[in-house]
Ligand binder design. Structure first.
Ligand SMILES: Nc1ncnc2c1ncn2[C@@H]1O[C@H](COP(=O)(O)OP(=O)(O)OP(=O)(O)O)[C@@H](O)[C@H]1O
Ligand SMILES: Nc1ncnc2c1ncn2[C@@H]1O[C@H](COP(=O)(O)OP(=O)(O)OP(=O)(O)O)[C@@H](O)[C@H]1O
Ligand SMILES: [Mg+2]
Ligand SMILES: [Mg+2]
Lengths: 255, 255
């Protein structure tokens, strides 16, 4: 039975896609069967794995036209890593879902026939708290929240917290927090260190021990369509995502 | 008559808010009367200027309850800089606007009585191409597009381009491009230099000569509620936004 994790934060550019791709790829290398769902109309998880324009059906067709997800699963360079792709047609879904009954539960019912085939399902969310993200939160067992070590990112946490509380009360009472992940950490700046200590004080053990450093190899990898573990396994970026994968696997044991 | 500029890019975390605050503040110091409209439910332009929770009416009340914008203009530390604030209630506007007639033109009609009081109106957009951004694009004379010098940011340009073309054909035939602004440029990395040369080749003179370097003082300033020109005028960040303000002022002369 898969553990479904929504990777979300309405703040833009905090490392949601980078975490989805690289946590997914590292879990796959550790022999876990992983499915990535790209729920962002920007399609960055799709293109970051070199899959842009290599498909005819995408997440939009499942969500709005009710086509089964099993018909749109794409292979990647890693045998244990599969992807449900997205493209800009998904932008329309936010508006087209508004008038549908059960509009938050579309993804949850689409996923039901698939979860037994995987150990992890990771959902890459857009930078908003609209219906695409709500679908991911209703379908997920837990949320992983990347947080950039900067001021605006800290500010958004309380709003995200309010949303998670509301989601637990309405569409998904079982939703838990997988963890808060500090990203783009630059040990040379006071800002990073200050935000890190604020977050650890506020959120305690909910913050992953692993911190993702700012590392240009992570920003280069998507232009080669590869996760960091295939692009540069010796980089600090790859090392940090290997540590994160270990924490996530151990989290389940604690469960 | 004000020049209304929408600062937009659906890619998250590329420097939309940082550019709105710092271009606005620098124009204000150069004796221009500037109004910033925070059209993002995250309210980062509002909080980055130290104004969070210092108001009872915000952009949501104008957009959905038709209250006049003139009743919610806030002062800042700079006499020539004013702000229409936002808070998370604005999230609901994306859905509440869907069923309204003229849903894309709400902001344009709200702004009409105000534009004569200012030289520039800058609209900070959320990281999406939904109805809040469409309202900004329908009301604007031009768009300023911050682009991070990284792979995913380059990818999003073609989607943004499609949207701008569609907006010119439907809601705003006069919309022009103020310019593409390269942000968070790090001269030490090949990635930044490569993306910069791609953008200059694709977009030519549409790209501002001014480049905004990655500079931690820009990321620190919002936690003190100050634009960079008041937080650290000697920083590279402040210098680059002064150069940008000069280019924007000269653009109008050419315009
Ligand atoms: N640890 C890191 N070090 C350096 N660059 C990084 C790191 N993590 C992500 N990046 C880069 O920063 C940018 C933003 O990251 P990413 O696109 O993963 O964020 P996101 O939260 O998915 O953005 P959006 O809100 O637009 O979906 C990208 O160009 C990415 O390559
Ligand atoms: N030139 C720069 N150098 C260093 N940090 C920067 C720079 N510009 C912006 N930042 C920081 O990077 C982060 C993202 O910038 P900002 O919030 O302005 O982007 P945005 O496009 O408005 O994001 P969103 O898509 O969430 O609205 C912020 O923490 C900001 O302080
Ligand atoms: Mg993303
Ligand atoms: Mg912003």
């Amino acid at each position: 039975m898969a553990r479904t994790i929504a990777i979300t934060n309405q703040k833009g550019g905090v490392g949601k896609t980078t975490t989805t791709i690289n946590l997914g790829a590292t879990l796959a290398v550790a022999d876990m069967k992983v499915l990535i769902i790209d729920a962002d109309p920007q399609g960055n998880s799709t293109s970051g794995l070199g899959l842009r324009r290599k498909f005819s059906r995408s997440f939009y067709h499942a969500l709005i036209m009710n086509e089964p997800l099993s018909g749109m699963v794409l292979d990647t360079e890693l045998p244990n890593l599969k992807v449900i792709p997205s493209e800009k047609t998904l932008v329309a879904a936010e508006i087209e879902l508004v008038d549908l009954p059960d509009r938050e539960f579309k993804l949850k019912s689409l996923l039901a026939p698939l979860v037994h085939d995987y150990d992890y399902v990771l959902i890459d969310c857009p930078p908003s708290l609209g219906l695409l993200t709500l679908n991911a939160l209703a379908a997920a067992d837990s949320v992983l929240i990347p947080i950039q070590c900067e001021y605006f990112a800290l500010e958004g946490v309380s709003e995200l917290w309010d949303t998670l509380v509301r989601v637990r009360r309405t569409v998904n009472p079982k939703l838990t927090v997988e963890g808060f992940l500090l990203t783009m950490f630059d040990e040379r700046t006071n800002l990073s260190t200050q935000v890190m200590s604020d977050l650890r004080d506020f959120l305690g053990s909910q913050v992953f021990t692993t911190i993702i450093p700012r590392n240009v190899r992570l920003a280069e990898a998507p232009s080669h369509g590869k996760p960091i573990i295939l692009y540069d396994i010796r980089s600090k970026g790859a090392e940090s995502y290997v540590r994160l994968a270990k924490e996530v696997i151990n989290n389940v044991k604690k469960g």
